[in-house]
Write a protein that binds this ligand. Structure first.
Ligand code: NAD
Length: 450
């Protein structure tokens, strides 16, 4: 039943869907109707790690007074039921998305499925009456992107893309300093992101390893970074030229297995990862392998891996800024270096997120003025993507109407502009030519955000 993507094929999904045609897998309609008086009704599709960990348990805990979960849906029935237990909610569980939407009529739909499937839930969710909160990337190719933009216009519903990276305090400080003209007019940016041999390698273990699922790391991962650039620079991207290759993981490995738990190279492989030590992952994935065969601890040297592990791009912005960007996925530590070059100076950050170096409990920015002084600015760190996750949840559920001082709320246009750089980069690698962002959808890049 499992397809090459590690998920159920159409036949498998139909078989599961028919199990669900009888309706609910757990709970009842009266659960839904009885618990929602006066609260916003929220449903979720995709009850994996991010769904449960970012949008499930914390939302129930922090906003239980104003929202009610009315439905959980996943193609993997076991995982949806595990999620229900983790969240401690009383709502029904579905494998049939339309049925969930029709039964529960949520005000808000949270989309946390595999990237390449976001579009169908975003579009259908709006058609069935919900506003959408979708994880990044909004989708994985330009056709799906255009279809989402069209559906939003057609239905009058709203798509929010959860760019949590915008909310971390040090990135907000960068935004503030740039807006205040601390380095004059920004003319170029050097931006280099390093994923380590633990977290970086993890993308090659999972569904992300196939571009048909993730759009490649150009879209899945780098769209986070492209969104930061679009936001910091207050401009949309105009063109991208890129190069990339797969030189370390996948077919490049000297030995391989199916997954770490069953591997015969456990003692010799540096990438051996013992998932059995993580109870949460064991209950979400290992205990639900029977439903879809998905292996969370897949081998990083699988021959089918078709995403790049080394990427570089030159991006030109509508306001004239040039960006030099790279992403490496097998570094000894995780973090990034960024420098904004301006007519009046330079603003730099070197962020270490993991590794054997001393990790400080603050992030530091270095602001150097041309013909002037150097200032070091320390910003305290917080848990959960630098503190961004909790602030983002607050904005969405508790304070949707408070002023958005730092313009951190992102809609479908922001979601589109972030992925279009990645999609353009992917195309550029294929063709060897630069790609104009305006050629991908009907959006025309603007120099200043309206
Ligand atoms: N913003 C961030 O920092 C951040 C961090 C991690 C993940 N994410 C995003 O969250 C999303 C989920 O990632 P994850 O790490 O939780 O992955 P995951 O594999 O743990 O969860 C994905 C879930 O979607 C389900 N699914 C797949 N196809 C489906 C379909 N057709 N119908 C219904 N359910 C389906 C899977 O069974 C799985 O339970 C991704 O889009 C990812 O990019 C964002």
């Amino acid at each position: 039943m499992e397809n090459q993507n590690g998920f159920l094929g159409r036949r498998g999904f139909l078989q599961q869907a028919s199990v669900a045609t009888a309706g609910l897998l757990a709970g009842s309609l009266s659960d839904v109707l009885g618990t929602t008086m006066g609260k916003r009704k929220v449903a979720m599709v995709g009850t994996g790690h991010r769904g449960t960990g970012m949008w499930g348990s914390p939302v129930v805990k922090e906003f239980g007074d104003i929202i009610d979960f009315v439905g959980l849906c996943d193609i993997n029935r076991g995982r949806a039921e595990t999620a229900k237990k983790m969240l401690g909610v009383n709502c029904p569980v579905y494998t049939d998305f339309d049925k969930m939407m029709q039964d529960t009529k949520p005000d808000l739909l949270i989309v946390t499925t595999v990237d390449a499937t976001h579009d169908k839930f975003i579009i259908r969710g709006m058609e069935l009456g919900a506003d959408i909160i979708t994880e990044k990337p909004m989708t994985t190719d330009e056709g799906k992107c255009q279809a989402i933009l069209d559906a939003e216009k057609r239905t009058g519903k709203k798509v929010t893309v959860t760019f949590n990276y915008r909310y971390s305090p040090h990135r907000q400080k960068i935004y503030e300093l740039l807006r205040a003209g601390a380095i004059g007019k920004v003319t170029s940016v050097d931006f280099h992101w390093y994923l380590d041999t633990r977290h970086g390698a993890d993308y090659f273990r999972r569904w992300h390893r196939l571009r048909e699922n993730s759009g490649s790391l150009w879209v899945h991962k780098a769209s986070h970074h492209f969104d930061l650039l679009n936001w910091w620079l207050e401009s949309e991207p105009e063109s991208v030229y890129a190069q990339a290759s797969l030189e370390h993981y996948g077919k490049n490995g000297q030995q391989r297995g199916t997954n770490c738990r069953t591997c015969s190279h456990k003692t010799s492989c540096k990438f051996y990862w013992d998932m059995t030590k993580d109870n949460r992952l064991m209950s979400l994935y290992a205990q639900n392998e029977q439903y879809d065969g998905y292996l969370r601890d897949g081998c990083v040297f699988k021959e089918d891996i078709n995403i790049f592990d080394k990427m570089a791009a030159t991006i030109h912005y509508a306001n004239g800024v040039n960006v030099s960007y790279s992403l490496t996925t097998y570094s000894p530590y995780e973090g990034y270096r960024i420098a904004f070059n301006g007519t009046g100076g330079r603003l730099e950050a070197w962020i270490k997120e993991s590794g054997k170096m001393v990790i400080e409990h603050y992030d530091e920015l270095m602001l150097s003025k041309n013909f002037g002084d150097v200032e070091y600015i320390k910003i305290p760190q917080a848990e959960g993507h630098g503190g961004g996750d909790a602030l983002l949840r607050d904005k969405i559920f508790r304070n949707p109407h408070t002023p958005d001082t730092y313009r951190q709320t992102a809609g479908s246009r922001d979601g589109a502009m972030a992925i279009l750089v990645g999609i353009g980069a992917r195309k550029s690698v294929e063709t060897g030519l630069p790609v104009k962002i305006s050629a991908l959808t009907d959006l025309k890049p603007k120099a200043v955000k309206s």
